[in-house]
Design a binder for this molecule. Sequence first.
Ligand code: GUN
Length: 302
Amino acid sequence: MAADSAKIIDGKAFAGRLTAAVAVQVAALVAGPDVRPGLAVVLVGDNPASAVYVRNKGRQTLAAGMASFEHKLPAHTSEAALLALIDQLNGDDAVDGILVQLPLPEQIDAQAVINAIDPAKDVDGFHVVNAGKLATGGDALVPCTPLGCVMLLKDCLGDLAGRKAVIVGRSNIVGKPLAQLLLAENCTVTLAHSRTRDLAGECRRADILVAAVGRPEMVRGDWIKPGAAVIDVGINRVDAPDKGPGATRLVGDVAFGEAAPVAGAITPVPGGVGPMTIACLLRNTVTAACRRRGLPVPDAAL
Ligand code: GUN
């Protein structure tokens, strides 16, 4: 592959198209006898990054024509108090989707809270029932970030069948569900992690390489097979002394400057996978709303 040949995968533009399509679907639901889809987002504590995400989610939910319910609880909230709120939201008919922003304070068992959410309202797709359905080919609500990755890959490459996919990072939020999704697309999947032997060598065999480890620029240019599609899930804030004292910038898990000349296609950071996550959350909320009402789920094809 010649230098500088990578196609830049424009996740921001794709997310804009997906969000617009969701807004049309919401308008059609609201025009009929059905009540407006609603998304409840729960934030515990004052993690600044989480607060920004929650604000953006609320804003985009309203912009898509859905109802947004925000619940902000203090950092010292007990697990019992949070479970009581989840119970209330499970029983609230105006709420189709429930998202509890992670991470949670340490006194709260995040998995217990996630598994208290009604699986039909679990728009994060983190509940054990949705994870099980995803693994066994059922009608799961699928975690948003991996769903966004697969949408971008299919848009860029078309049919993914037979391609070798290497995912670096085995989290419940990204790596594991993405492995299931790519397997369902008939990829040959390797789920690599911190204990993988010869990680660079594994990556070099990938037609599709996904980095989701949260380590700034860990994946180097010489880890990439020429022409591979590279999806960078990382969003890391690092010091940028070249931009002035105290300045920072966002970088991914892939060293973009090294990777772009080698890859066939690559997502930038920012503007790649990040915007897809909220767009897929809106999409999942419409999916949950339709299923709860016994309506057909509108096509996501763009
Ligand atoms: N924190 C970081 N990513 C996510 C996500 O996708 N969902 C939730 N609930 N919290 C997160």
